[in-house]
Write a protein that binds this ligand. Structure first.
Ligand SMILES: Nc1ncnc2c1ncn2[C@@H]1O[C@H](COP(=O)(O)OP(=O)(O)OP(=O)(O)O)[C@@H](O)[C@H]1O
Ligand SMILES: [Mg+2]
Length: 142
């Protein structure tokens, strides 16, 4: 995804129950703080982690998250992947536009998360599942 970026060892967290969403959220926050993210960036990646792991749980039928710290040319960041083998997202363009929900929520999880991170990538196919990768940098080199 990010050519040249070095990744730390990957942490794998299962997302099988609502309580697991809280665990992923908390761990993403801890890693962001440890990486030196400022308060806005911590809030951004924590919110994205929460929304995307909630989607794995409630739309994807469960799955897992991979969390790793990355470094590239003097900057450090956090890369999170959310993986499920659920139904996939039939109309990705619609889902990313925001305001589209197949549940009873606002449908702002995907579109909001995309705006909160530096890189956002989705692979999804009907019946095979969804993988979403996000990357957030702590800061740029000065
Ligand atoms: N992992 C996933 N697997 C299958 N469908 C998904 C997945 N993630 C999102 N979707 C689909 O994309 C739609 C938009 O997702 P989004 O997170 O933006 O909204 P939501 O989860 O419905 O509501 P909100 O996140 O605001 O509570 C969902 O309603 C769902 O249909
Ligand atoms: Mg959602």
């Amino acid at each position: 995804m990010t050519p040249g970026a070095h990744a730390s060892s990957t942490e794998r967290l299962q997302i099988e129950a609502e309580a697991d969403v809280v665990v992923v959220r908390r761990r993403a926050r801890e890693l962001a703080i440890a990486q030196g993210f400022d308060a806005f960036a911590v809030a951004a990646i924590t919110t994205a982690a929460s929304e995307l792991s909630r989607n794995v749980w409630c739309h994807g039928g469960g799955g897992h998250a991979l969390l790793e710290t990355v470094s590239d040319a003097g900057r450090v960041g956090l890369r999170l992947r959310f993986i499920d083998e659920g139904p996939g997202i039939a109309d990705l363009e619609l889902a990313l536009r925001g305001g589209c929900s197949t549940g009873r929520s606002l449908g702002l999880g995907l579109s909001g998360s995309r705006r909160l991170v530096d890189a956002f990538h989705i692979e999804t196919s009907p019946g095979e599942g969804t993988t979403i990768e996000v990357l957030k940098w702590a800061r740029f080199p000065h």
